[in-house]
Ligand binder design. Sequence first.
Ligand SMILES: Cc1cc2nc3c(=O)[nH]c(=O)nc-3n(C[C@H](O)[C@H](O)[C@H](O)COP(=O)(O)OP(=O)(O)OC[C@H]3O[C@@H](n4cnc5c(N)ncnc54)[C@H](O)[C@@H]3O)c2cc1C
Length: 454
Amino acid sequence: MASATSPHSRVVIIGAGFGGLSAAKHLARAPFDVTVVDRHNYHLFQPLLYQVATAGLSPGDIASPIRGILRRQKNAQVILAKVSGVDTARKEVIAEGRRIPFDYLIVATGAEHAYFGHDWSSYAPGLKTIDDATYLRRRILLAFERAETEPDADEQRRLLNFVVVGGGPTGVEMAGAIAELAKRALASDFRSIDPRCARIILIEAGPRLLAPFAPSLSEAARRSLQQLGVEVRLGTVVTDCDCTRVWLGQERIETRTIVWAAGVKASPAAEWLDVGCDRAGRVQVQADLSVPGHPNIFVIGDAAAARGPDGKSLPGIAPVAKQQGRYVATLLIQRGKGKTLPAFRYRDFGIMATIGRKHAVAQVGACRLSGVTAWLLWSLAHVYFLIGSRNRVAVAMNWCWNYLTFQRGTRLITGISGSRIEDVLPALMLAPPTAADVGYSLSDRLPTERGIAR
Ligand SMILES: Cc1cc2nc3c(=O)[nH]c(=O)nc-3n(C[C@H](O)[C@H](O)[C@H](O)COP(=O)(O)OP(=O)(O)OC[C@H]3O[C@@H](n4cnc5c(N)ncnc54)[C@H](O)[C@@H]3O)c2cc1C
């Protein structure tokens, strides 16, 4: 643990996501005092969040306590606090009234939802945190519950329409998972409604799904989704939405559930550091990922706009963040020895997205895979990259169970205890989540991204 008498330089890492944790772990045996600050006490494996939102996995299966991950790393301490600024002149991080001094700072605070200037967050929640996922799970499951007892046919139809906005990997995975939930897992659980009649509509503004993938894989993903019963609308822009409908220009889709998977913007790191950023708010870093004018401050992962050798921005994906975290840690170790390191270079091992229980697309170099082979590769890779053996076993077992039984074991509607169900159902469907809704025990100290802060 860092102490006032320690001769070691102090490295403060803001964010224990993929980038921050990778940096912290690679500094394990280095002569630094490492402080990791995060507003949550857990590291989250975001690629499987959609499975929590659609009742396939429990939150605990895809999150691990940061303290637990770093417990054997003697030179690291963890602080649970929300950072609100950086005093670059005094070299201090400002977090909930506390000032944390640093010699080196690594900012790895990721990204948040972006609504392109619209105030749609309460109608079209996105998926970024555990709270987002359990909130979406509640909304999706409550839509079926309400439809079961709804006397009005129009409202019943509205409740069984699910709109997912954004045809990137998250939108594709969400739409596929909602379709499987409705058409398989819930198929025979209701008496007044047939969940298989639910409409799942995936809206993408661009000409194809999964834009970063090869066109043949985009087409394979579209076909797989259609086989699952998802209506895919390409080249279609959402022009407005509220709690009962989505507008696509003149056309209107009645719905009670909209999932936003269309855009992200970086966390406010650029504001904290008072430096330049791109249109998505990402800090424009130098070739060694340091911030211009601040050689001891680095920004990595989704919060950084780093460029590849071709001049294009690197994608906001986990491998980029992890490699950048490892790079900055190595650079600091080398600097300590009076050496330098060449510029950061991203090694691309490929991209993958899954569509339902046995379809996926994978692009690894020149190799393009789709269908069951890609799905097996996707499953193995995701289990392998999860943090913690417990989570790996839990996820693998859950998937086997879900695969064999078509069931979803975590169809729990949480956050409504203490009230009569009839009282809370309408409110939960219409209103954004509140502190009580989220049921977050630290809510008085650490506001979640949505709801409480508002
Ligand atoms: C739903 C979803 C699915 C995805 N699927 C894939 C996928 O299949 N494959 C893939 O490669 N990538 C995927 N990604 C992208 C990938 O998760 C990100 O690129 C990656 O997490 C970025 O890592 P990071 O370290 O920059 O940020 P994150 O992993 O987001 O970590 C940021 C950390 O900073 C903390 N933090 C933020 N603000 C503050 C603050 N003010 N104070 C203190 N702490 C703060 C957060 O709590 C968090 O722990 C997905 C993302 C999402 C949301």
